[in-house]
Design a protein around this ligand. Structure first.
Ligand code: GLN
Length: 547
């Protein structure tokens, strides 16, 4: 019988449910169980693709093209698994399917009701994901916080599944235990209320992961155990840690894996986290810091700086650096500051590498183009992802191929030289405003050219990478750009789409852009070859500057 673990959040959001779920998955996988992970988001949005990253963080893309919450990225990175779209659902997605079926008379004339039909559809999706992965254990993270109106229907799905299979469903509540500064004491009451709120949804936590600034003392553990109705050894202390990668190792200190096995009636097994431990050790050993500038635009929310927006890029940089026994020292620079001239381009000199990640729209575009021109001329290693590649092509066209007014039609539809333009297949979508889930999305193959940085890095001639874009290098200008020295080292198998652009190492140490998003395939234990190549080049610049 397959087992299910629901991970729910108490007290407040943003306390690391996604990392908790990922870490539990890693531990159970290391015990030899097959594991899959599902994320449920309570939004009406059918997928995460229509949400502004400053609202919701990074939009992650799966192999099959589904645009999801960034937690799917955390799961893939921690589990080392490729997850399908059935593993991600929102309220909108669930209702869309129910309404589709109702319109097709698939409910056989019945009243279609929020309860039970919505939770039944949620359970159907959970069971389908389990079957597809042949998972011994399926983790289901319910977004939001217990007590919110929005996620109650998903808690109802958990309750119904548990009612059907009482021995095979566990509930883990990730809660927060604050230490108000003026009180100076750790307070468990919010967790008690969250637990009671969970009870009123018909669920009882089997395990409570108590997030806090510091470790829980025995007194607080006992209090939570008594008032939240769990055994004291099932209250797990989850203090803030230096790195998210410490989390599975810390949980194992409290024996969380085997406690879960006991709850679910699985035979207890020893965990084998050796590869993970080695990675964590490497992440702490790297002494030489490589300063990297990430130039983007989605950084601010009110007065707060967001780093979640580029989380996969950040994790990919870290994985590559650790692999090379280096440490990335990442600074986020706002392209608008270069555009306005409030930050001089010479500020880039101090970095060993500059990366421009994906993006949309006009804001900061000319700033990014200025940055690209500068790093190309100053021979600072440059890595452009998606928009970062398209704008590198625009920059090269303007300054090296004699196409002074070149642009992408995303910004200037009537440009004299549309070197980046909307794909033919996309024109109708744009004209009709069909913008949700219609980009070029998901994994596509590409062929690599011999004797290029890309071919050297991947060490193979065919690759598969994940995409999320509507615009493409215009095939009409490929010849002219090549003549001017730009190398298209990766192309779609039919040769029409330019997937990688780079400069020969004889003219620049590392200048490379990808139409796809390599960051989505980087994993801690298998860093992405292009990120490794970029960090290697950055490391060399750093060394040279020391001399
Ligand atoms: N805005 C560009 C496009 O739609 C690039 C998208 C991206 O960087 N993900 O093609």
């Amino acid at each position: 019988m397959p087992k299910y673990i629901f991970i729910v959040g108490g007290v407040m959001s943003g306390i690391g449910k996604g990392i908790a779920s990922s870490a539990i998955g890693r531990i159970l996988k290391s015990k030899g169980f097959s594991v899959t992970a599902i994320k449920i988001d309570p939004y009406i949005n059918v997928d995460a693709g229509t949400m502004n990253p400053t609202e919701h963080g990074e939009v992650f893309v799966l192999d099959d093209g589904y645009e999801t919450d960034q937690d799917m990225g955390n799961y893939e990175r921690f589990l080392g698994e490729t997850l399908p779209s059935i593993n991600y659902m929102t309220t909108g997605r669930v209702y869309q399917e129910i309404i589709r079926r109702e319109r097709n008379l698939e409910y056989g004339g019945k009243n279609v009701e929020v309860v039970p039909h919505v939770p039944l559809e949620v359970i159907r999706r959970i069971e389908e994901a389990q079957k597809l992965a042949r998972a011994d254990v399926t983790l289901v993270e319910i977004g939001g916080t217990i007590g919110e109106y929005q996620n109650i229907i998903f808690l109802e799905a958990a309750r119904m599944l548990k009612q059907k299979h009482p021995k095979d469903v566990a509930v883990v509540m990730v809660s927060y235990v604050p230490i108000p500064r003026n009180i100076g004491e750790m307070k468990t009451k919010p967790t008690q209320y969250a637990s009671r709120e969970l009870n009123s949804a018909g669920l009882q936590a089997d395990i409570i992961l108590a997030r806090a600034e510091v470790a829980l003392d025995q007194k607080r553990k006992d209090k939570i155990a008594t008032f939240c109705n769990v055994a004291p050894d099932r209250v797990i202390s989850a203090p803030d840690v230096e790195s998210i990668y410490d989390v599975p190792l810390n949980y194992e200190k409290d024996n969380l894996g085997n406690i879960l096995c006991r709850v679910l009636g699985l035979s207890e097994k020893t965990s084998n986290l050796k590869d993970w431990e080695a990675f964590v050790a490497k992440s702490k050993n790297g002494t030489a810091a490589v300063p990297i500038a990430v130039v983007g635009k989605y950084f601010n929310s009110g007065d707060f700086v967001l780093s979640d927006v580029y989380i996969s890029v950040l994790e990919a940089l870290k994985a590559a650096a650790y692999h090379l026994d280096l440490k990335p020292d990442i600074t986020y620079l706002n392209s608008k500051d270069f555009e306005a001239g409030t930050m001089p381009l010479s500020a880039l000199d101090q970095y060993a590498g500059v990366l421009i990640p994906g993006g949309f729209g006009e804001t900061g575009v000319e700033g990014k183009i200025k940055v690209i021109e500068y790093v190309r001329e100053k021979k600072i290693p440059y890595f452009g992802l998606c928009y970062g590649m398209q704008l590198a092509v625009v920059e090269y066209a303007r300054h090296m191929a004699g196409l002074a007014q070149a642009h992408t039609t995303e910004i200037q539809p009537d440009t004299a030289y549309p070197v980046v333009m909307v794909m033919e297949s996309q024109k109708e979508n744009v004209a009709k405003g069909k913008l949700g889930g219609t980009m070029r999305l998901g994994a596509y193959p590409a062929l690599l050219k011999e004797g290029t940085i890309a071919r050297e890095a991947y060490k193979k001639d065919t690759i598969s990478e994940r995409h999320r874009h509507r615009y493409e290098v215009n095939p009409k200008y490929v010849g002219q750009l090549q003549k001017a020295g730009l190398v298209f080292s990766g192309r779609s198998p039919d040769g029409v789409l330019m997937e990688i652009a780079e400069l020969p190492t004889s003219v620049h140490p590392f200048f490379l852009g990808t139409q796809f998003h390599p960051e989505f395939l980087s994993r801690p234990l298998s860093p992405h070859p292009l990120f490794v190549a970029f960090i290697k080049a950055a490391g060399l610049r750093k060394q040279a500057s020391k001399k």
